[in-house]
Write a protein that binds this ligand. Structure first.
Ligand SMILES: [Zn+2]
Length: 287
């Protein structure tokens, strides 16, 4: 393992690879992942770069089809969060590589966490800092029949998390497709069709070569410890109004109460469980 300091809140795309390595770094990464998959913990957790194990030679995490334009996407208020799902089962995006190695993880849905203010709407905490929102892109392992079948298996799920930080009134243009659609799903169980290009706002972050990964749990019921978490530390900038549009969503049929906060508190691992967070970096660009 080789370690290198990372400036807080920066992704590490510009770091030159260590091309002089002669051992088998991919094999080492594989063993490490196999080890921490047995070391389970409840999520969310606080991430600190100094407490994580840096690993410079992970295979790149590959996003397949997340930016394609097949089919139709639906954005729904389910009373707890806003959820994006795709309807074209034949062209479902999938993940592979990185800590997932050759297993393919199929896109299930994307949803958001937020809070009453712009400083506490994320679930994971990075270097002591909280952000305005956290987006979770949920995938299930293709070797299982579907999400339901996969959700309680140790290698069943992978969730890619992105932080969003609200500041000022400058909209993130790519995020407008969803933040605008949020105003069409104010009522509980309402749904609106959106362009399948509505995930473009995560594209830049998803192509960063450095991310944190650990084995944890779902942060909503049934809290199964089946999630390979992949977290990109650099927050995506959006406007305050874009975040505010999610707080207008209603959580009950009477239309009186808003979804003010849908964040699970930090979970502290038990003393006897050593938490292993890997800072994974690849010297090849993700696709
Ligand atoms: Zn979530």
């Amino acid at each position: 393992m080789t370690g290198q300091m990372l400036t807080r809140n920066q992704c590490d795309c510009t770091t030159e690879p260590d091309t002089n390595r002669t051992d088998n770094p991919l094999g080492e990464a594989h063993i490490q992942v196999a080890e921490w998959r047995l070391n389970k913990v409840q999520s969310p957790i606080e991430l600190n770069h100094d407490d994580s194990i840096s690993h410079d030679h992970f295979e790149p995490l590959q996003f397949h089809g997340h930016w394609d334009t097949h089919g139709i996407a639906n954005f729904t208020n389910n009373g707890f969060t806003a959820t994006l799902r795709f309807s074209d089962k034949d062209h479902m995006p999938y993940l592979k590589g990185g800590p997932l190695h050759d297993d393919e993880y199929v896109f299930e849905q994307l949803h958001f966490h937020w809070s009453e203010d712009d400083h506490s709407g994320c679930e994971h905490i990075f270097e002591g800092r909280a952000y305005s929102m956290e987006a979770h892109v949920v995938h299930y392992n293709r070797k299982y029949k579907d999400f339901q079948d996969a959700h309680d298996k140790h290698d069943g799920l992978s969730v890619v998390a992105f932080f969003l930080q609200a500041s000022g009134d400058e909209d993130n243009d790519d995020f407008l497709k969803l933040s605008t659609a949020a105003s069409d799903i104010i009522s509980i169980n309402s749904s609106v069709k959106v362009s399948t290009e509505c995930m473009d706002w995560i594209k830049e972050s998803a192509q960063c070569k450095g991310y944190y990964t650990y084995q944890g749990s779902l942060t909503t019921e049934p809290y199964t410890e089946s999630v390979t978490w992949i977290l990109y530390p650099k927050p995506i900038q959006v406007s305050q109004e874009q975040v505010a549009s999610f707080r207008k969503l209603k959580c009950c049929p009477c239309n009186e109460h808003n979804i003010k906060k849908n964040v699970r508190p930090l979970q502290t691992p038990p003393e006897h469980k050593k938490l292993q967070i890997v800072y994974a970096r690849s010297h090849r660009q993700s696709e």
